[in-house]
Design a protein around this ligand. Structure first.
Ligand code: NA7
Length: 547
Protein backbone atom coordinates (compact mmCIF):
# COMPACT_ATOMS: atom_id res chain seq x y z
CA UNK A 1 0.00 0.00 0.00
CA UNK A 2 1.40 3.42 -0.87
CA UNK A 3 0.70 6.66 0.92
CA UNK A 4 1.54 10.34 0.82
CA UNK A 5 2.33 11.94 4.14
CA UNK A 6 3.66 15.24 5.43
CA UNK A 7 6.49 15.38 7.93
CA UNK A 8 8.70 18.11 9.27
CA UNK A 9 11.74 15.99 8.49
CA UNK A 10 12.71 12.82 6.67
CA UNK A 11 15.90 11.02 7.64
CA UNK A 12 17.56 8.45 5.38
CA UNK A 13 19.49 5.63 7.03
CA UNK A 14 19.20 3.77 10.34
CA UNK A 15 22.88 3.79 11.27
CA UNK A 16 24.62 5.89 13.89
CA UNK A 17 23.95 9.23 12.16
CA UNK A 18 20.34 8.62 11.15
CA UNK A 19 19.18 7.29 14.51
CA UNK A 20 20.78 10.17 16.37
CA UNK A 21 19.20 12.66 13.96
CA UNK A 22 15.78 11.02 14.34
CA UNK A 23 16.03 11.16 18.12
CA UNK A 24 17.13 14.81 18.19
CA UNK A 25 14.58 16.01 15.65
CA UNK A 26 11.81 14.29 17.55
CA UNK A 27 13.05 15.89 20.77
CA UNK A 28 12.63 19.27 19.06
CA UNK A 29 8.98 18.38 18.56
CA UNK A 30 9.34 17.75 14.83
CA UNK A 31 7.35 15.04 13.14
CA UNK A 32 10.05 12.85 11.63
CA UNK A 33 10.22 9.60 9.76
CA UNK A 34 13.36 7.55 9.12
CA UNK A 35 13.52 5.27 6.11
CA UNK A 36 16.01 2.47 5.65
CA UNK A 37 16.43 -0.21 3.00
CA UNK A 38 17.43 -2.82 5.59
CA UNK A 39 15.26 -5.05 7.71
CA UNK A 40 16.53 -3.64 10.96
CA UNK A 41 18.61 -0.88 12.50
CA UNK A 42 22.40 -0.66 12.33
CA UNK A 43 23.18 0.64 8.86
CA UNK A 44 26.60 -0.71 7.98
CA UNK A 45 26.27 -3.07 10.97
CA UNK A 46 23.10 -4.53 9.55
CA UNK A 47 24.60 -5.33 6.14
CA UNK A 48 28.20 -6.24 6.95
CA UNK A 49 27.52 -9.52 8.76
CA UNK A 50 30.27 -11.50 7.04
CA UNK A 51 32.30 -14.05 9.04
CA UNK A 52 34.68 -12.23 11.36
CA UNK A 53 32.97 -8.83 11.02
CA UNK A 54 33.79 -6.62 13.98
CA UNK A 55 34.79 -3.04 14.69
CA UNK A 56 38.31 -1.76 14.11
CA UNK A 57 37.83 0.90 16.78
CA UNK A 58 37.63 0.18 20.46
CA UNK A 59 34.13 -0.32 21.83
CA UNK A 60 34.19 2.43 24.44
CA UNK A 61 34.43 5.23 21.88
CA UNK A 62 32.79 3.48 18.92
CA UNK A 63 29.35 4.26 20.32
CA UNK A 64 26.96 7.07 21.20
CA UNK A 65 28.19 9.65 23.67
CA UNK A 66 25.05 11.72 24.13
CA UNK A 67 23.04 9.62 26.56
CA UNK A 68 24.44 8.95 30.00
CA UNK A 69 21.73 6.34 30.50
CA UNK A 70 22.79 4.40 27.42
CA UNK A 71 26.44 4.63 28.43
CA UNK A 72 25.56 3.39 31.92
CA UNK A 73 23.23 0.60 30.89
CA UNK A 74 25.09 -0.90 27.95
CA UNK A 75 27.96 -3.27 28.72
CA UNK A 76 30.54 -3.95 26.02
CA UNK A 77 31.91 -7.47 26.22
CA UNK A 78 35.14 -7.02 24.30
CA UNK A 79 37.60 -4.46 23.03
CA UNK A 80 36.45 -4.85 19.39
CA UNK A 81 32.76 -5.88 19.34
CA UNK A 82 31.56 -8.37 16.75
CA UNK A 83 28.87 -7.51 14.22
CA UNK A 84 26.39 -9.46 16.36
CA UNK A 85 27.23 -7.36 19.42
CA UNK A 86 26.95 -4.15 17.37
CA UNK A 87 23.53 -5.31 16.12
CA UNK A 88 22.42 -5.92 19.72
CA UNK A 89 23.71 -2.46 20.69
CA UNK A 90 21.67 -0.82 17.93
CA UNK A 91 18.56 -2.72 18.99
CA UNK A 92 19.12 -1.67 22.58
CA UNK A 93 19.54 2.01 21.68
CA UNK A 94 16.55 1.96 19.34
CA UNK A 95 14.29 0.40 21.94
CA UNK A 96 15.63 2.53 24.77
CA UNK A 97 14.84 5.70 22.80
CA UNK A 98 11.61 4.21 21.42
CA UNK A 99 12.67 5.03 17.87
CA UNK A 100 11.22 2.02 16.09
CA UNK A 101 7.74 3.48 15.69
CA UNK A 102 9.13 6.21 13.45
CA UNK A 103 11.25 3.98 11.24
CA UNK A 104 10.15 2.41 7.98
CA UNK A 105 12.32 -0.56 7.16
CA UNK A 106 12.65 -2.27 3.75
CA UNK A 107 12.11 1.14 2.22
CA UNK A 108 14.61 2.64 -0.18
CA UNK A 109 14.53 6.29 -1.19
CA UNK A 110 14.45 6.52 -4.97
CA UNK A 111 14.32 10.28 -5.34
CA UNK A 112 13.53 13.63 -3.78
CA UNK A 113 12.56 16.94 -5.34
CA UNK A 114 12.83 20.42 -3.83
CA UNK A 115 9.95 22.82 -4.29
CA UNK A 116 11.39 26.33 -4.22
CA UNK A 117 7.99 27.96 -3.78
CA UNK A 118 6.68 25.91 -0.88
CA UNK A 119 10.16 25.23 0.56
CA UNK A 120 9.51 21.53 0.89
CA UNK A 121 11.07 18.33 -0.29
CA UNK A 122 9.00 15.53 -1.78
CA UNK A 123 10.70 12.23 -1.08
CA UNK A 124 9.80 9.12 -3.09
CA UNK A 125 10.43 5.53 -2.06
CA UNK A 126 10.61 2.20 -3.87
CA UNK A 127 7.35 1.03 -2.35
CA UNK A 128 5.44 3.93 -3.84
CA UNK A 129 5.28 6.22 -0.83
CA UNK A 130 5.70 9.97 -1.04
CA UNK A 131 6.70 12.00 1.98
CA UNK A 132 6.81 15.75 1.93
CA UNK A 133 9.05 17.45 4.44
CA UNK A 134 10.76 20.74 5.14
CA UNK A 135 14.10 19.11 5.99
CA UNK A 136 15.79 16.15 4.38
CA UNK A 137 18.66 14.55 6.27
CA UNK A 138 20.68 11.98 4.40
CA UNK A 139 22.62 9.68 6.71
CA UNK A 140 22.81 7.00 4.05
CA UNK A 141 26.33 6.03 5.06
CA UNK A 142 29.64 6.59 3.30
CA UNK A 143 30.18 2.85 2.86
CA UNK A 144 26.71 1.62 2.02
CA UNK A 145 27.08 0.84 -1.66
CA UNK A 146 29.17 -2.32 -2.01
CA UNK A 147 31.31 -2.52 -5.10
CA UNK A 148 31.28 -5.68 -7.21
CA UNK A 149 33.93 -5.68 -9.94
CA UNK A 150 32.52 -6.27 -13.37
CA UNK A 151 34.10 -9.70 -13.89
CA UNK A 152 32.71 -11.43 -16.96
CA UNK A 153 31.15 -14.83 -16.34
CA UNK A 154 29.83 -14.30 -12.81
CA UNK A 155 26.37 -15.43 -13.94
CA UNK A 156 27.83 -18.75 -15.04
CA UNK A 157 29.34 -19.59 -11.63
CA UNK A 158 27.71 -22.78 -10.38
CA UNK A 159 28.85 -22.41 -6.77
CA UNK A 160 27.69 -19.79 -4.25
CA UNK A 161 29.05 -16.28 -4.16
CA UNK A 162 28.72 -13.58 -1.56
CA UNK A 163 29.62 -9.93 -1.06
CA UNK A 164 31.00 -8.88 2.32
CA UNK A 165 28.83 -5.75 2.35
CA UNK A 166 25.60 -7.62 1.47
CA UNK A 167 26.02 -10.72 3.56
CA UNK A 168 22.80 -12.80 3.88
CA UNK A 169 20.96 -12.93 7.18
CA UNK A 170 20.70 -16.74 6.94
CA UNK A 171 23.67 -18.69 8.14
CA UNK A 172 26.25 -19.50 5.46
CA UNK A 173 27.97 -22.85 6.00
CA UNK A 174 31.45 -22.84 4.48
CA UNK A 175 32.66 -26.03 6.16
CA UNK A 176 34.59 -28.30 3.87
CA UNK A 177 34.31 -25.82 0.95
CA UNK A 178 37.00 -24.49 -1.35
CA UNK A 179 36.67 -20.74 -0.88
CA UNK A 180 38.12 -17.79 -2.81
CA UNK A 181 38.37 -14.47 -0.97
CA UNK A 182 38.87 -11.56 -3.37
CA UNK A 183 40.04 -8.39 -1.66
CA UNK A 184 42.36 -7.71 1.26
CA UNK A 185 40.95 -4.50 2.75
CA UNK A 186 39.50 -4.27 6.26
CA UNK A 187 36.74 -6.76 5.36
CA UNK A 188 38.87 -9.39 3.60
CA UNK A 189 41.42 -9.23 6.40
CA UNK A 190 38.71 -10.07 8.95
CA UNK A 191 37.17 -12.80 6.79
CA UNK A 192 40.28 -14.84 5.98
CA UNK A 193 41.30 -16.16 9.44
CA UNK A 194 37.72 -16.99 10.43
CA UNK A 195 36.78 -18.78 7.21
CA UNK A 196 40.10 -20.67 7.34
CA UNK A 197 38.84 -22.49 10.43
CA UNK A 198 35.91 -24.12 8.67
CA UNK A 199 36.66 -24.13 4.95
CA UNK A 200 38.67 -26.94 3.38
CA UNK A 201 40.76 -24.41 1.53
CA UNK A 202 40.97 -20.62 1.36
CA UNK A 203 42.65 -18.85 -1.54
CA UNK A 204 43.18 -15.13 -0.99
CA UNK A 205 43.38 -12.95 -4.09
CA UNK A 206 45.38 -9.84 -3.23
CA UNK A 207 45.76 -6.88 -5.57
CA UNK A 208 47.32 -4.45 -3.09
CA UNK A 209 48.87 -5.59 0.18
CA UNK A 210 47.95 -3.80 3.39
CA UNK A 211 49.65 -2.84 6.61
CA UNK A 212 47.52 -4.98 8.90
CA UNK A 213 47.90 -3.81 12.49
CA UNK A 214 47.33 -6.45 15.16
CA UNK A 215 44.08 -5.60 16.97
CA UNK A 216 44.85 -7.63 20.09
CA UNK A 217 41.25 -8.16 20.98
CA UNK A 218 40.37 -9.18 24.55
CA UNK A 219 37.32 -9.37 26.77
CA UNK A 220 36.40 -6.35 28.87
CA UNK A 221 35.87 -7.45 32.46
CA UNK A 222 33.67 -5.75 35.02
CA UNK A 223 36.47 -3.75 36.59
CA UNK A 224 37.57 -2.33 33.24
CA UNK A 225 33.95 -1.63 32.29
CA UNK A 226 33.41 0.32 35.50
CA UNK A 227 36.62 2.26 34.94
CA UNK A 228 35.55 3.14 31.41
CA UNK A 229 32.11 4.25 32.55
CA UNK A 230 33.61 6.41 35.30
CA UNK A 231 35.93 8.06 32.77
CA UNK A 232 33.39 8.85 30.05
CA UNK A 233 33.55 12.64 30.39
CA UNK A 234 37.28 12.50 29.70
CA UNK A 235 36.91 9.90 26.95
CA UNK A 236 34.58 12.14 24.95
CA UNK A 237 36.67 15.24 25.56
CA UNK A 238 39.73 13.42 24.25
CA UNK A 239 37.87 11.85 21.30
CA UNK A 240 36.43 15.20 20.22
CA UNK A 241 39.89 16.74 20.18
CA UNK A 242 41.58 13.84 18.42
CA UNK A 243 42.55 14.07 14.77
CA UNK A 244 40.43 11.00 13.95
CA UNK A 245 37.90 11.40 16.79
CA UNK A 246 39.29 8.44 18.71
CA UNK A 247 40.12 8.13 22.38
CA UNK A 248 43.77 7.45 21.67
CA UNK A 249 46.89 9.11 23.01
CA UNK A 250 48.68 11.58 20.76
CA UNK A 251 52.44 11.40 20.83
CA UNK A 252 54.54 14.52 21.15
CA UNK A 253 57.77 13.30 19.59
CA UNK A 254 58.93 12.78 16.05
CA UNK A 255 61.07 9.81 15.04
CA UNK A 256 64.21 11.96 15.11
CA UNK A 257 63.73 12.56 18.84
CA UNK A 258 64.65 8.92 19.47
CA UNK A 259 67.78 6.88 18.93
CA UNK A 260 67.43 4.08 16.38
CA UNK A 261 67.08 1.53 19.20
CA UNK A 262 64.45 3.61 20.98
CA UNK A 263 62.51 4.10 17.74
CA UNK A 264 62.14 0.33 17.59
CA UNK A 265 61.07 0.21 21.26
CA UNK A 266 58.38 2.84 20.66
CA UNK A 267 57.06 0.94 17.64
CA UNK A 268 57.22 -2.41 19.44
CA UNK A 269 55.25 -1.06 22.39
CA UNK A 270 52.45 0.28 20.16
CA UNK A 271 52.45 -2.93 18.12
CA UNK A 272 52.01 -4.96 21.31
CA UNK A 273 49.19 -2.77 22.67
CA UNK A 274 47.48 -3.21 19.32
CA UNK A 275 45.04 -1.34 17.10
CA UNK A 276 45.42 2.17 15.75
CA UNK A 277 47.89 3.16 18.48
CA UNK A 278 50.58 2.25 16.00
CA UNK A 279 49.52 5.28 13.94
CA UNK A 280 49.05 7.79 16.75
CA UNK A 281 51.20 6.77 19.68
CA UNK A 282 54.53 6.28 17.92
CA UNK A 283 55.93 9.29 16.03
CA UNK A 284 54.03 12.50 15.36
CA UNK A 285 55.57 12.67 11.88
CA UNK A 286 54.47 9.20 10.83
CA UNK A 287 51.73 10.82 8.72
CA UNK A 288 54.25 12.77 6.65
CA UNK A 289 55.62 11.11 3.57
CA UNK A 290 59.18 10.95 4.92
CA UNK A 291 61.73 9.05 7.04
CA UNK A 292 59.47 8.52 10.09
CA UNK A 293 56.87 6.88 7.90
CA UNK A 294 59.45 4.64 6.29
CA UNK A 295 60.81 3.53 9.70
CA UNK A 296 57.30 2.55 10.81
CA UNK A 297 56.48 0.97 7.42
CA UNK A 298 59.64 -1.13 7.53
CA UNK A 299 58.86 -2.17 11.11
CA UNK A 300 55.55 -3.66 9.94
CA UNK A 301 57.27 -5.37 7.03
CA UNK A 302 59.76 -6.92 9.47
CA UNK A 303 56.84 -8.21 11.55
CA UNK A 304 55.22 -9.73 8.46
CA UNK A 305 58.49 -11.47 7.57
CA UNK A 306 58.81 -12.75 11.14
CA UNK A 307 55.23 -14.07 11.33
CA UNK A 308 54.73 -15.58 7.88
CA UNK A 309 56.86 -18.69 7.47
CA UNK A 310 56.91 -18.90 3.69
CA UNK A 311 59.29 -16.09 2.57
CA UNK A 312 57.65 -15.73 -0.83
CA UNK A 313 54.19 -15.26 0.72
CA UNK A 314 55.66 -12.86 3.29
CA UNK A 315 57.18 -10.68 0.57
CA UNK A 316 53.87 -10.57 -1.30
CA UNK A 317 52.14 -9.45 1.90
CA UNK A 318 54.63 -6.60 2.45
CA UNK A 319 53.25 -3.28 1.19
CA UNK A 320 55.61 -1.04 -0.78
CA UNK A 321 53.68 2.22 -0.40
CA UNK A 322 53.87 4.35 2.77
CA UNK A 323 51.99 3.19 5.87
CA UNK A 324 48.57 4.92 6.16
CA UNK A 325 48.43 5.97 2.49
CA UNK A 326 45.65 3.39 2.55
CA UNK A 327 43.47 3.00 5.63
CA UNK A 328 45.23 0.17 7.52
CA UNK A 329 42.97 -2.65 8.71
CA UNK A 330 43.17 -4.18 12.16
CA UNK A 331 43.85 -7.89 12.03
CA UNK A 332 42.97 -10.83 14.20
CA UNK A 333 45.70 -13.36 13.38
CA UNK A 334 45.57 -12.32 9.72
CA UNK A 335 49.23 -12.87 8.88
CA UNK A 336 49.27 -16.02 11.03
CA UNK A 337 46.49 -17.46 8.85
CA UNK A 338 48.96 -17.77 5.97
CA UNK A 339 50.92 -20.34 7.99
CA UNK A 340 47.96 -22.71 7.82
CA UNK A 341 48.16 -25.50 5.29
CA UNK A 342 44.71 -24.63 3.91
CA UNK A 343 45.39 -20.92 3.21
CA UNK A 344 47.24 -19.62 0.17
CA UNK A 345 47.85 -16.22 -1.37
CA UNK A 346 47.59 -15.29 -5.03
CA UNK A 347 49.02 -11.96 -6.11
CA UNK A 348 46.76 -10.42 -8.75
CA UNK A 349 48.49 -7.04 -8.91
CA UNK A 350 50.01 -7.78 -12.29
CA UNK A 351 48.11 -10.91 -13.14
CA UNK A 352 44.50 -9.76 -12.68
CA UNK A 353 41.38 -11.85 -12.38
CA UNK A 354 39.97 -11.85 -15.89
CA UNK A 355 36.92 -14.07 -15.70
CA UNK A 356 34.67 -16.06 -13.41
CA UNK A 357 34.22 -19.61 -14.68
CA UNK A 358 31.37 -22.05 -13.94
CA UNK A 359 33.71 -23.89 -11.53
CA UNK A 360 36.00 -21.12 -10.32
CA UNK A 361 37.93 -18.23 -11.78
CA UNK A 362 40.69 -17.39 -14.18
CA UNK A 363 43.55 -14.92 -13.94
CA UNK A 364 45.59 -13.86 -16.93
CA UNK A 365 47.79 -16.94 -16.47
CA UNK A 366 46.00 -19.55 -14.30
CA UNK A 367 42.69 -21.23 -13.53
CA UNK A 368 41.37 -22.04 -10.04
CA UNK A 369 38.45 -24.19 -8.88
CA UNK A 370 36.13 -23.06 -6.09
CA UNK A 371 32.83 -23.92 -4.44
CA UNK A 372 32.38 -20.42 -3.03
CA UNK A 373 33.63 -16.96 -3.97
CA UNK A 374 33.58 -14.14 -1.43
CA UNK A 375 33.90 -10.65 -2.88
CA UNK A 376 35.39 -8.37 -0.22
CA UNK A 377 35.95 -5.76 -2.88
CA UNK A 378 34.91 -2.64 -1.01
CA UNK A 379 32.48 0.17 -1.65
CA UNK A 380 31.70 2.93 -4.06
CA UNK A 381 32.38 5.20 -1.13
CA UNK A 382 30.87 8.47 0.04
CA UNK A 383 29.33 9.67 -3.24
CA UNK A 384 28.31 6.21 -4.51
CA UNK A 385 25.13 5.91 -2.40
CA UNK A 386 23.69 9.06 -4.06
CA UNK A 387 24.02 7.54 -7.51
CA UNK A 388 20.78 6.10 -8.76
CA UNK A 389 18.84 8.22 -6.25
CA UNK A 390 17.21 11.04 -8.15
CA UNK A 391 17.69 13.99 -5.80
CA UNK A 392 16.77 17.27 -7.44
CA UNK A 393 17.47 20.66 -5.92
CA UNK A 394 16.87 24.19 -7.17
CA UNK A 395 16.25 24.48 -10.92
CA UNK A 396 15.87 20.71 -11.10
CA UNK A 397 19.61 20.21 -10.56
CA UNK A 398 20.53 16.59 -10.01
CA UNK A 399 22.70 15.71 -6.99
CA UNK A 400 24.38 12.74 -8.65
CA UNK A 401 25.22 14.92 -11.69
CA UNK A 402 26.54 17.63 -9.37
CA UNK A 403 28.74 15.03 -7.63
CA UNK A 404 29.85 13.25 -10.81
CA UNK A 405 33.21 14.97 -10.80
CA UNK A 406 34.61 16.08 -7.46
CA UNK A 407 31.81 16.57 -4.90
CA UNK A 408 31.54 20.05 -3.48
CA UNK A 409 29.93 20.59 -0.10
CA UNK A 410 30.09 23.08 2.70
CA UNK A 411 31.52 21.45 5.83
CA UNK A 412 30.55 18.07 4.43
CA UNK A 413 27.00 18.88 5.45
CA UNK A 414 25.32 21.01 2.82
CA UNK A 415 25.32 21.33 -0.95
CA UNK A 416 24.75 24.63 -2.76
CA UNK A 417 21.46 24.55 -4.68
CA UNK A 418 19.98 21.85 -2.42
CA UNK A 419 18.25 23.83 0.33
CA UNK A 420 17.33 22.23 3.64
CA UNK A 421 19.28 19.11 2.68
CA UNK A 422 21.86 17.88 5.16
CA UNK A 423 24.42 15.20 4.41
CA UNK A 424 25.53 13.49 7.60
CA UNK A 425 28.84 11.70 6.83
CA UNK A 426 28.66 13.27 3.39
CA UNK A 427 31.51 14.23 1.06
CA UNK A 428 34.24 16.41 2.56
CA UNK A 429 33.17 15.63 6.10
CA UNK A 430 35.96 14.44 8.35
CA UNK A 431 37.63 11.08 7.89
CA UNK A 432 37.20 9.98 11.47
CA UNK A 433 35.69 7.59 13.98
CA UNK A 434 32.14 7.35 12.63
CA UNK A 435 29.93 7.58 15.71
CA UNK A 436 31.73 10.56 17.24
CA UNK A 437 31.80 12.35 13.91
CA UNK A 438 28.15 11.86 13.00
CA UNK A 439 26.95 12.84 16.45
CA UNK A 440 28.62 16.22 16.07
CA UNK A 441 27.09 16.57 12.62
CA UNK A 442 23.62 15.60 13.84
CA UNK A 443 23.96 18.27 16.53
CA UNK A 444 24.87 20.78 13.83
CA UNK A 445 21.70 19.86 11.92
CA UNK A 446 19.43 20.43 14.90
CA UNK A 447 21.25 23.63 15.89
CA UNK A 448 20.71 24.92 12.35
CA UNK A 449 17.03 24.05 12.32
CA UNK A 450 16.54 25.63 15.76
CA UNK A 451 18.17 28.80 14.49
CA UNK A 452 15.86 28.81 11.48
CA UNK A 453 12.80 28.29 13.61
CA UNK A 454 13.81 31.06 16.02
CA UNK A 455 14.33 33.48 13.14
CA UNK A 456 11.35 32.52 11.02
CA UNK A 457 13.42 31.13 8.17
CA UNK A 458 12.12 28.40 5.91
CA UNK A 459 15.11 27.66 3.72
CA UNK A 460 18.87 27.48 4.07
CA UNK A 461 21.45 27.14 1.32
CA UNK A 462 25.26 27.27 1.62
CA UNK A 463 26.95 30.13 -0.21
CA UNK A 464 29.13 29.31 -3.20
CA UNK A 465 32.11 31.24 -1.80
CA UNK A 466 31.87 29.27 1.46
CA UNK A 467 31.72 26.01 -0.52
CA UNK A 468 34.71 27.07 -2.64
CA UNK A 469 36.73 27.95 0.44
CA UNK A 470 35.88 24.63 2.11
CA UNK A 471 36.85 22.62 -0.97
CA UNK A 472 40.14 24.57 -1.26
CA UNK A 473 40.89 23.99 2.41
CA UNK A 474 40.27 20.26 1.93
CA UNK A 475 42.73 20.16 -0.95
CA UNK A 476 45.37 22.11 0.95
CA UNK A 477 45.34 19.97 4.07
CA UNK A 478 45.82 16.80 2.05
CA UNK A 479 49.01 18.06 0.45
CA UNK A 480 52.16 17.14 2.31
CA UNK A 481 50.57 14.27 4.20
CA UNK A 482 51.15 10.67 3.36
CA UNK A 483 47.53 10.58 2.25
CA UNK A 484 48.33 12.63 -0.83
CA UNK A 485 50.04 9.43 -1.91
CA UNK A 486 46.78 7.54 -1.55
CA UNK A 487 46.11 7.38 -5.27
CA UNK A 488 49.09 5.03 -5.43
CA UNK A 489 47.25 2.73 -3.07
CA UNK A 490 43.82 2.90 -4.76
CA UNK A 491 42.17 4.39 -1.71
CA UNK A 492 38.41 4.70 -1.57
CA UNK A 493 38.56 8.11 0.11
CA UNK A 494 40.01 9.44 -3.17
CA UNK A 495 37.53 7.54 -5.31
CA UNK A 496 40.53 5.63 -6.65
CA UNK A 497 39.14 2.13 -6.03
CA UNK A 498 36.33 2.31 -8.59
CA UNK A 499 37.22 2.05 -12.28
CA UNK A 500 36.15 5.22 -14.10
CA UNK A 501 35.29 7.16 -10.93
CA UNK A 502 36.90 10.60 -11.06
CA UNK A 503 39.77 10.79 -8.59
CA UNK A 504 39.34 13.56 -6.13
CA UNK A 505 39.25 14.16 -2.44
CA UNK A 506 36.10 12.78 -0.81
CA UNK A 507 36.87 13.30 2.88
CA UNK A 508 38.34 16.01 5.09
CA UNK A 509 41.79 15.27 6.46
CA UNK A 510 42.31 18.44 8.46
CA UNK A 511 41.48 16.69 11.73
CA UNK A 512 38.18 15.86 13.36
CA UNK A 513 38.92 18.09 16.36
CA UNK A 514 39.54 21.09 14.09
CA UNK A 515 36.41 20.24 12.13
CA UNK A 516 34.24 20.10 15.26
CA UNK A 517 35.59 23.53 16.27
CA UNK A 518 34.80 24.80 12.78
CA UNK A 519 31.17 23.67 12.78
CA UNK A 520 30.73 24.93 16.33
CA UNK A 521 32.02 28.33 15.20
CA UNK A 522 29.53 28.28 12.31
CA UNK A 523 26.60 27.75 14.67
CA UNK A 524 27.74 30.27 17.27
CA UNK A 525 28.50 33.02 14.78
CA UNK A 526 25.12 33.00 13.05
CA UNK A 527 25.91 30.66 10.12
CA UNK A 528 27.98 33.06 7.99
CA UNK A 529 28.49 30.44 5.27
CA UNK A 530 24.77 30.13 4.56
CA UNK A 531 21.95 32.19 3.11
CA UNK A 532 18.57 31.88 4.78
CA UNK A 533 15.25 32.81 3.33
CA UNK A 534 11.93 33.43 4.99
CA UNK A 535 8.53 32.70 3.43
CA UNK A 536 8.03 36.36 2.44
CA UNK A 537 11.39 36.54 0.67
CA UNK A 538 10.76 33.28 -1.09
CA UNK A 539 7.39 34.53 -2.32
CA UNK A 540 8.81 37.84 -3.56
CA UNK A 541 11.76 36.06 -5.23
CA UNK A 542 9.30 33.79 -6.99
CA UNK A 543 7.17 36.74 -8.11
CA UNK A 544 10.26 38.54 -9.40
CA UNK A 545 11.36 35.44 -11.28
CA UNK A 546 7.97 35.21 -12.97
CA UNK A 547 7.51 38.93 -13.74
P1 NA7 B 1 38.44 -1.87 0.74
O1 NA7 B 1 39.32 -1.46 1.82
O2 NA7 B 1 38.13 -0.91 -0.34
O3 NA7 B 1 39.07 -3.19 0.11
C1 NA7 B 1 38.61 -3.73 -1.09
C2 NA7 B 1 39.58 -4.78 -1.55
O4 NA7 B 1 39.13 -5.36 -2.76
C3 NA7 B 1 40.97 -4.21 -1.82
O5 NA7 B 1 41.93 -5.11 -1.39
C4 NA7 B 1 40.95 -4.09 -3.35
O6 NA7 B 1 42.21 -4.08 -3.94
C5 NA7 B 1 40.18 -5.34 -3.71
N1 NA7 B 1 39.66 -5.30 -5.07
C6 NA7 B 1 38.77 -4.44 -5.61
N2 NA7 B 1 38.57 -4.73 -6.90
C7 NA7 B 1 39.34 -5.79 -7.19
C8 NA7 B 1 39.57 -6.54 -8.35
N3 NA7 B 1 38.96 -6.25 -9.51
N4 NA7 B 1 40.44 -7.57 -8.29
C9 NA7 B 1 41.06 -7.86 -7.13
N5 NA7 B 1 40.89 -7.19 -5.98
C10 NA7 B 1 40.05 -6.16 -6.02
O7 NA7 B 1 37.03 -2.38 1.29
P2 NA7 B 1 36.70 -3.10 2.66
O8 NA7 B 1 35.28 -3.52 2.63
O9 NA7 B 1 37.69 -4.14 2.97
O10 NA7 B 1 36.89 -1.96 3.72
C11 NA7 B 1 36.25 -0.70 3.52
C12 NA7 B 1 36.28 0.10 4.77
O11 NA7 B 1 35.39 -0.50 5.72
C13 NA7 B 1 37.58 0.20 5.50
O12 NA7 B 1 38.47 1.16 5.01
C14 NA7 B 1 37.12 0.51 6.90
O13 NA7 B 1 36.86 1.88 7.03
C15 NA7 B 1 35.87 -0.27 7.04
P3 NA7 B 1 42.98 -2.65 -4.15
O14 NA7 B 1 43.43 -2.25 -2.80
O15 NA7 B 1 41.94 -1.70 -4.72
O16 NA7 B 1 44.05 -2.95 -5.10
Amino acid sequence: MSDSIEFDAVVIGAGFGGLRALHDLRKMGMSTVLVDAGEDVGGVWFWNRYPGARTDSEAWYYCYSFSKEILDKWNWSQRYPTQAEMARYFEFVTDHLDLRKDIRFRTRVTGATWDDVENVWTVRTDNGNEFSCRYLVSAAGPLSKPYLPDFPGLDSFTGDWYQSGFWPTDEVDLSGKRVAVIGTGASGVQIVPVVAHSAAQVTVFQRTSNYVLPARNRPIDEAERDAIKADYDNIWTRARQHFYAMDLPICENGAADYSAANQQRVLERAWEIGGFRFLFDTFNDVWLDGPANEIASEFVRSKIRAIVKDPETAELLCPRYPLAAKRPPCGHSYYEAFNRANVSLVDVSENPITEILPGGLRTATDEYEFDVIIFATGFDAITGPAEGVDIRGRDNRSLSETWKTVPRTYLGLAVHGFPNFFTVAGPLGPFANGPTMVEQQAEFVTATISFMQQNGYEAIDPNTDAVDAWVRHNEEVLEGTVLANAAVANSWFLGANIPGKPRGILAYFGGAGNYFDRIHEETTSGFPGFTFSSPAEAASETLAAHS
